[in-house]
Design a binder for this molecule. Sequence first.
Ligand SMILES: NC(=O)c1ccc[n+]([C@@H]2O[C@H](COP(=O)([O-])OP(=O)(O)OC[C@H]3O[C@@H](n4cnc5c(N)ncnc54)[C@H](O)[C@@H]3O)[C@@H](O)[C@H]2O)c1
Length: 254
Amino acid sequence: MQRFEGRVAVITGGGSGIGLATARRLASEGAKVVIADVDASSGKAAADEVDGEFIATDVTNEAQVEALFQTTVDRFGSLDVAFNNAGISPPEDDSILTTGLEAWKRVQEVNLTSVYLCCKYAIPHMQRQGKGSIVNTASFVAVMGAATSQISYTASKGGVLSMTRELGVQFAREGIRVNALCPGPVNTPLLQELFAKDPERAARRLVHVPLGRFAEPTEIAAAVAFLASDDASFITASQFLVDGGISGAYVTPL
Ligand SMILES: NC(=O)c1ccc[n+]([C@@H]2O[C@H](COP(=O)([O-])OP(=O)(O)OC[C@H]3O[C@@H](n4cnc5c(N)ncnc54)[C@H](O)[C@@H]3O)[C@@H](O)[C@H]2O)c1
């Protein structure tokens, strides 16, 4: 499949995990990929690997986000796909009883304000073109509660989900689709850091996953490629769950 031949995709957080897997997938289907990441070494390596471009960007910085999309259009002629995916999940974001205001704010900035900024500065380019596809990374925790709380993370992803729905509706008749990707737990550095390297903590979560395992980044990338492509031409404002069945489960198989 070459669904992205002649198309330009910006991927925030493209240096690692889901973003990196998506960069590989979109490039393999013909896209020119622009990697935006705060980590210059992994971002540059990813861009080199997919014959793309690296633009150093802190997604919490308004001027840098504006420049990211403008530079992309200036250099490559269009902005067809914006995958607003950068996010963090730091250990100091935990129960509401112990999470301080600084940790709360930092997670809101990186996970939610960043998506606001990326959409704000991507959409005008797509309006001019009369087309475009935005995929914002939310999470399954935007639709479910967890007793193992990360209070700011969960709230930030709920915000991404609601904002995405509203943007999808607002810009639908201008040819711009906006969808929220809601991955279940994925085997990436972010999650490994959190609990995958601790078998007991991992097991507590895995029991709730009908498929009985964490997702691989390539499985999430396949969903992003679908949402970003014309194959999803009638899908907008959606809450696109790629969660191994977690959100549909009461009792899982033994
Ligand atoms: N891994 C999971 O289980 C999981 C599940 C659901 C949702 N998500 C979400 O998927 C997205 C990607 O997660 P991942 O697991 O691939 O994480 P990751 O840590 O592997 O990659 C995140 C990338 O974002 C970059 N980044 C962080 N802060 C940034 C900033 N301020 N500006 C620019 N780039 C920044 C990092 O440098 C890194 O390259 C996140 O939004 C995360 O919340 C992850």
